[in-house]
Design a protein around this ligand. Structure first.
Ligand code: MG
Length: 290
């Protein structure tokens, strides 16, 4: 008999505003360019509007233009170095170990695999440099191409709000290598991470397509907001909940015993026994899954 393979739980995170309080460019890159976040993003938004351009492409170009104008060196290792300065919401640093222990504790000795993924419109190079990078099985985010001297000269990958969903399908189908074609048909029973084994974490409107895809397919989505949020942010989360784009929302407080910790563990205590039940049923059927 072929072993039951759909034993993987995937927790998929947006990055900025979800794991980290600020946009990652605020930690290091923008200060090194001598520009305040307000001025930088104000300029990006104005240019985006004036040219009817994609905001992500505009921000990537503006960063390079500013660096050239100010003769500040940016290369892959500089971005990674800036990534080391990224700060996280409370409890994030030990979240991955704690949640891993929790999943083991409810797995009844079965082999349940817990994986964490990042799908972000931030910069992959910076996330690779952050102190938690080793916890992520894959990091899908915007990337630069570099010239022979190591200078970034063109966007190599742009992960927008809608293109984020491509990476959810990659996780779902287990086709993680971006060089592999993703759109071939794959029956649900062959997919590595069934949708209802997936939990998506996001903080804002740019996560709506991802939340919608995960929820529409029977998976789980959670919205988080800053613990010291203003009314507007809470209202945005309430709208997501009312539209059933998320299962629930709460403050981005990842500490043991917080609302988020409690609710995520509650969600896992639905997902893990469901996997164990499916495994037991699968093992009773000599022909494999239905
Ligand atoms: Mg975000």
């Amino acid at each position: 008999m072929v072993d039951f393979k759909q034993n993987v739980v995937a927790m998929v995170y947006d990055f900025d505003g979800t794991l980290s309080p600020e946009a990652m460019q605020h930690y290091g890159v923008l200060p090194s360019l001598g520009v305040s976040p307000t001025d930088f993003w104000g300029g990006v938004k104005a240019k985006r509007k004036e040219k009817s351009a994609e905001e992500l492409l505009v921000y990537m170009r503006e960063m390079l233009r500013l660096a050239d104008a100010k003769e500040v060196q940016l290369n892959r290792s500089k971005f990674q170095e800036h990534g080391r300065g990224i700060e996280f919401f409370e409890g994030v640093r030990d979240w991955f170990d704690r949640i891993g222990q929790y999943v083991s504790s409810i797995s009844q000795g079965s082999d349940i695999v817990l994986e964490h993924y990042i799908v972000s419109s931030g910069l992959k190079e910076m996330i690779e440099g952050c102190e938690l990078a080793a916890y992520f099985k894959e990091i899908y985010a915007c990337e630069f191409l570099y010239d022979p001297y190591g200078h970034p000269d063109w966007p190599g990958r742009v992960v927008s709000d809608t293109s984020k969903t491509q990476y959810l399908f990659r996780i779902n189908k287990g086709v993680l290598d971006v060089n592999e074609f993703i759109n071939s048909h794959m029956p649900m029973e062959e997919r590595r991470v069934p949708w209802d084994n997936m939990i998506y974490f996001g903080d804002g409107d740019t996560d709506v397509p991802s939340m919608t895809v995960v929820m529409a397919n029977g998976g789980h989505a959670i919205a988080v907001h800053k613990p010291d949020s203003e009314k507007g942010e809470i209202e945005r989360c309430e709208k997501l909940l009312k539209a059933r784009r998320v299962d629930y929302f709460c403050a981005a407080d990842y500490r043991d015993g917080s609302d988020l910790d409690r609710l995520v563990k509650g969600t896992l205590s639905v997902i893990v026994p469901r996997i164990l039940l499916r495994k037991a049923i699968y093992e009773l059927k000599p022909l494999g899954p239905l």
